[in-house]
Design a protein around this ligand. Structure first.
Ligand code: TYD
Length: 222
């Protein structure tokens, strides 16, 4: 069976990833691609159990290394239980956040040394690198106010509560990843209207699927 395609969506808070993932999922479904939508931290029962510990801030007092290992444990379970089997079965997997979030949040702004991050990454990702990563880029002030509006009365999570300067460093770190890995990453200007962003995302993804082509025999084209 032809291999599927693995796409991840990355970026700061309130960049509109979730909305765009839903829109893209609808378009791919229209074209009869077998798709699976998932997210991190979480996406499998084991990883969802860890999600709460991370987002509530319960792990924060134990330091960034503890958090990084928990994100990695959740990721490993998510990959082996959900992502790899889906890609092996020929599906297009859309994942809201993945490894680059760990590089940025735990590595760059968490201050964990790159060599430790690389070792954790090797074990958790275990070869399952994304075929395509869309990095949603937005000014953090705009992103955080979007995130606050979306939340309504609910409190901010552990990561949204942080200082704007930290969010700015994360933005730069995501852009640096895109620059280092231009074959995998595309930067999307997420400050524009949702319909405009949707068109850009759709064009990028369908172009990548066309190049990938090989999986086409059992993907899409229905
Ligand atoms: P979540 O509420 O799922 O959403 P959003 O993607 O809309 O921000 O929050 C996930 C939070 O976890 C987010 O602030 C980024 C953080 N995170 C990490 O710090 N490291 C990681 O490896 C992942 C996947 C997420």
């Amino acid at each position: 069976m032809a291999r599927g395609f693995f796409i991840t969506f990355e970026g700061g808070e309130g960049a509109g990833k979730s909305t765009q993932i839903q829109r893209l999922a609808n378009k791919l479904r229209d074209k009869k691609y077998p798709i699976r939508v998932t997210r991190e931290p979480g996406g499998s029962p084991g990883a969802e159990a860890i999600r709460h510990v991370l987002l509530s801030g319960a792990a924060e007092p134990f330091g960034p290394e503890m958090e990084a290992l928990l994100f990695a444990a959740a990721r490993s379970d998510h990959i082996e239980q959900v992502i790899r089997p889906a890609v092996d079965a020929g599906e297009v997997v859309l994942c809201d956040r993945f490894l680059d979030s760990s590089r940025v949040y735990q590595g760059v702004t968490g201050g964990l040394p790159p060599q430790i991050m690389r070792r954790i990454e090797e074990v958790s990702v275990n070869g399952m690198m994304p075929d395509l990563t869309l990095i949603f880029d937005i000014d953090p002030a705009a992103g955080l106010s979007r995130a606050a509006a979306r939340r309504g009365d609910e409190g901010a999570d552990r990561f949204e509560r942080e200082d704007i300067a930290i969010h700015q460093r994360r933005r730069e770190a995501f852009l640096a990843i895109a620059e280092r890995e231009p074959n995998r990453c595309i930067v999307i200007d997420a400050s524009r209207e949702a319909d405009v962003v949707e068109n850009v995302v759709t064009a990028a993804v369908f172009a990548a699927l066309d190049v990938h082509g090989a999986g086409r025999s059992n993907m899409g084209k229905g």
